[in-house]
Design a protein around this ligand. Structure first.
Ligand SMILES: [Zn+2]
Ligand SMILES: [Zn+2]
Length: 140
């Protein structure tokens, strides 16, 4: 009985690792900063049996382990990012789309912030906002 329990436990662990790895892989392949639901739709194509709650749980876990970024965009559900290096984001206030801004992060700002605040600065999460190219065209 005890032995059987161990085997089941082991299987569960293997499955969890496989889920987490797949979620991490899919997340790092896309640049759309998906919500948990959007990511679930993508992951499901590769692992049809996976549940939304598994995706939620693993995303939160990846974020707390520093293997993914959780972007709280203020409005709507959180978005996730497989790229954890410091980078800027820009968010569309109309459709909620979030893109990376491919410019160098101003590291001098971090030391300035440290000097005036007395904090040890671990990172920054700068978000620009505006209208994305598509919404800008539609707004005209
Ligand atoms: Zn937009
Ligand atoms: Zn990003």
């Amino acid at each position: 009985m005890q032995k059987e329990g161990n085997i089941l436990e082991k299987r569960r662990k293997t499955r969890n690792t496989r889920h987490r790895q797949l979620i991490k892989d899919v997340l790092s392949r896309v640049y759309s900063h998906p919500t948990a639901v959007e990511l679930y739709e993508m992951v499901k194509k590769e692992m049809p049996g996976i549940s939304l709650s598994t995706v939620y749980r693993n995303l939160e876990r990846l974020a707390s382990d520093g293997m993914a970024l959780r972007l709280d965009t203020g409005k709507g559900p959180a978005r996730f990012d497989g790229r954890t290096n410091d980078h800027y984001h820009i968010r569309c206030i109309r459709c909620g789309r979030v893109d990376d801004v491919p410019i160098d992060v101003d590291t001098s700002m971090i030391s300035k912030v440290r000097d005036v605040s007395g904090y040890t600065v671990l990172g920054c999460n700068t978000e620009f906002y505006g209208l994305c190219p598509l919404c800008r065209t539609e707004a005209k």
